[in-house]
Unconditional design. Structure first.
Length: 114
């Protein structure tokens, strides 16, 4: 399984970005996709997760109410919609999935200016 993120960029505080995580290969081993982020000098932290059937979503308290996860049934892509962005959301965002969370994407940079 390969995971590839895209959609990062520079945005002003209060703005929005939509990140994508495209899965390829044998996606039958994916029960869901999680998003993590890592800011400079900080540990990687959980952002949110969605089941592969998109029936369940979970979010960290820090992004709850501002971030949304969705997946179209015809696609192997998970979308992280990020609204009301804050400078503290600046980080590299990674998607993750598979048994024992073994698959990681390369990350996409999100920078929120104040």
């Amino acid at each position: 399984v390969q995971l590839e993120e895209s959609g990062g960029g520079l945005v002003q505080a209060g703005g929005s970005l939509r990140l994508s995580c495209a899965a390829s290969g044998d996606t039958s081993s994916l029960y869901g996709i999680a998003w993590y982020r890592q800011a400079p000098g900080k540990e990687r932290e959980f952002v949110g997760a969605i089941s592969w059937q998109a029936t369940n979503t979970y979010f960290a308290d820090s992004v709850k109410g501002r971030f949304t996860l969705f997946k179209r049934s015809t696609e192997n892509t998970v979308y992280l919609q990020m609204d009301s962005l804050k400078p503290e959301d600046t980080a590299i965002y990674y998607c993750n999935g598979g048994p024992n969370n073994m698959y990681w994407g390369q990350g996409t940079q999100v920078t929120v200016s104040s």
